[in-house]
Design a protein around this ligand. Structure first.
Ligand code: MSP
Length: 492
């Protein structure tokens, strides 16, 4: 059966990983785990973009060869992913033979079908963007250092596919989300597309994949990098594997790399006669207000440093719930502490302790019996349509739904007061506690894609053995094992 195929951008190894890289990777990991929970098999690809000028320059700065530089940088990413509990299915580096070979196959194929030609071109070249830019872009002043360059290069006939691409985006065959990003791409496609310069003369840049039909050139880093999405699942090498994965269900990206993914990449795929990815989802930026951060907690300069202090799951939860679909978000220590204390310590953690303590004190540590399987809580649980949120990449609103459900369990406890009821009608109190505990079990499972470890702790406390989302899986009579508070309050 075809897998639900999720990708992150592959990250440049010119610098250490930071919050931006971490966010997209956690988002992909969370989405992948969520798809598993709704019964699908997922395939989650991430990796590193190791060619190009930026990496060559970073290596020069460190006085090592680009190969050595890449090998020195890769562990920083892999270690951070381990620390963040990232469960990727494959990790690709663009210097690996399995990738370079396929890039060269593709260049040959596209050359043969007439979509690559050589031409002399004179234009403005942006060093930071590593591409030729238009007069208009030069005037904008947004492209840093620019140089006038005249040289012979190879070009990909991107313009040939412009109208077909517009149709595919308009019809939703290629879904670009959120809608504002789709409009941005369609706006970009209103002007005539030029062809894409896909080579760099070795005299200017050596660090790249050699053009197979001209050894004086290397491949433009984006033409090389985008291919990772199909080289990892073995395009042109193993049809069965490829068909199990491609087309990707979603490319998760940041908004700054929207055009490369929504214009360059689909036209490359069209030239190869391959289906387009089903969706591209572009998230906003994390802004860190260092002043604000240092004011509230002098030592924190990087949100990733929170992991050691407050645990990986709470950082994952914060990042996933705080960034609203498609918008920018500002990281601040205050908002982290507020969210942690209100959602995790208070609403969720306290509830687990309270329910477990009541069961422990009144039912001899055993899950009480229920009168009927249904309750208001089972109804609100059944109303959460996870798939619908996931299909629209609305992770933040799904989390808010789940947390609202947790809050409704708190409301249910307040309304029914099992601590009082137990004195008059033990059976009725048992019923209430059973439903509260069962709600916490399903909530923990629904939260496990974001907080894999903490969810396990909650399930252990409840003595839950079933990990299915079917209501009523807790067994009356089973032992609970109330432990320490799961989310101790942060005292500032
Ligand atoms: N190598 C290219 C991607 C090639 S994919 C075929 C690249 N790499 S990158 O390392 O510069 O950036 C990777 C991702 O990190 C981008 O999606 C970018 O949006 C994201 N972020 C970088 N800083 C960010 C924030 N501060 N906040 C959120 N994401 C941002 O581009």
């Amino acid at each position: 059966m075809k897998k639900y195929y999720i990708t992150t951008p592959i990250y440049y190894v010119n610098d250490k990983p930071h919050i931006g890289h971490a966010y997209t990777t956690i988002l992909a990991d969370t989405l992948s785990r969520f798809r598993n929970i709704i019964g699908e098999e997922s395939f989650f690809l991430t990796g590193l973009d190791e060619h190009g000028l930026k990496v060559q320059q970073a290596a020069e700065k460190n006085q090592v060869t680009p190969e050595v530089h890449c090998d020195q940088m890769a562990p920083a990413f892999i270690e951070l992913w381990e620390k963040l509990n990232i469960n990727y299915s494959d990790f690709i580096r663009t210097t690996e033979k399995r990738h370079t070979k396929i890039v060269q196959n593709i260049l040959n194929q596209v050359h043969k079908n007439g979509d690559i030609y050589q031409d002399e071109y004179e234009g403005w070249y942006s060093i930071s963007e590593e591409r030729f830019i238009t007069e208009k872009e030069v005037e904008s002043g947004l492209f840093g250092e620019v140089k006038k360059i005249k040289e012979k290069n190879y070009f990909f006939k991107m313009s040939k596919y412009q109208s077909e691409l517009i149709k595919k985006i308009e019809s939703g065959e290629l879904s670009i989300q959120p809608k504002s990003r789709k409009n941005e791409v369609l706006g970009f496609l209103k002007q005539d597309l030029s062809d894409l310069c896909i080579s760099r003369p070795k005299s200017r840049l050596e660090w790249g994949i050699e053009i197979p039909f001209d050894k004086d050139y290397v491949t433009y880093v984006w033409f090389d990098a985008l291919i990772n999405y199909i080289s990892a699942p073995k395009y042109s090498e193993d049809n069965n594997t490829f068909d199990l994965h491609w087309p990707a269900d979603v490319h998760l990206i940041g908004k700054d790399i929207l055009i490369t993914h929504s214009v360059y990449w689909p036209t490359m795929l069209m030239s190869l006669n391959l289906p387009l990815p089903k969706a591209i989802f572009a998230h906003g930026w994390w802004l860190t207000d260092e002043k604000k951060m240092s004011k509230s907690l002098g030592n924190i300069i990087n949100p990733l440093m929170l992991i050691d202090e407050f645990g990986v799951d709470s950082v994952r939860y914060y990042l996933m719930s705080e960034m609203v679909l498609g918008l920018d978000a500002t990281f601040s220590m205050d908002s982290f502490v507020k969210k942690y204390n209100s959602d995790l310590a208070n609403d969720l953690g306290n509830l687990v302790s309270r329910v477990c303590t009541l069961i422990s004190n009144n039912f001899d540590d055993k899950m009480p019996n229920y009168k009927s399987k249904d309750s208001d809580l089972s109804k609100s649980f059944n109303a959460i349509d996870m798939k619908q949120h996931l299909d629209h990449f609305q992770m933040d609103s799904l989390l808010h739904k789940i947390m609202n459900f947790v809050r409704s369990v708190n409301g249910y406890m307040e309304k029914n007061q099992p601590w009082k009821l137990v004195k008059e009608d033990k059976e009725a109190a048992g019923h209430i506690l059973y439903h509260a505990a069962e709600s916490l079990r399903v909530a923990a499972i629904m939260l496990s894609p974001v907080m894999p470890e903490k969810s396990k702790e909650i399930l252990i406390a409840l003595g839950a053995t079933a990990s299915k989302l079917d209501w009523g899986a807790l067994k009356p009579g089973d032992k609970i094992s109330k432990g320490d508070p799961i989310f101790p309050r942060i005292v500032q």
